[in-house]
Ligand binder design. Sequence first.
Ligand code: NI
Length: 160
Amino acid sequence: MAVLPIVKIGDPILETRAQEVPRITKKITKLVEDMIETMYEANGAGLAAPQVGVNKRIIVVDLGEGPVCLINPVVQSAQGEEIDVEGCLSIPERWVYVKRAAEIEVTGLNEKGKPVRVKAEGFLARALQHEIDHLDGILILDRSLGEAELEPAENPEEGS
Ligand code: NI
């Protein structure tokens, strides 16, 4: 595994719609492993492939219960609304208020190519929406309801 450099705001790949992954190859499996290692190294709660310079629809998240990988994720349903503070590994030292669905259901493939369905609420739902936004070239500053003074205390992670 390898820690990859994280792309920072200003790079056009962060504003580009990422492409579907047609097939889970060894290269994709290696990329997922590297993304997970990179996320841990950066102390992040999640990471999307464009953040490591790869224009593919792959995300990883870990909120303390082990890494979850979703390839070609699609939000199937979304309910409720919650406003909370988010950071992003590609936008250092900034935290903003973002409105997200409170509960979502996402389908996709796991790193082995098996179809999975993830039901999430709270911070996991938020992290998944944040990462899926990255795949559509959307950053938290695009959704910002205002700057927050400080990193959210309840989230030890720096961002995602
Ligand atoms: Ni982010």
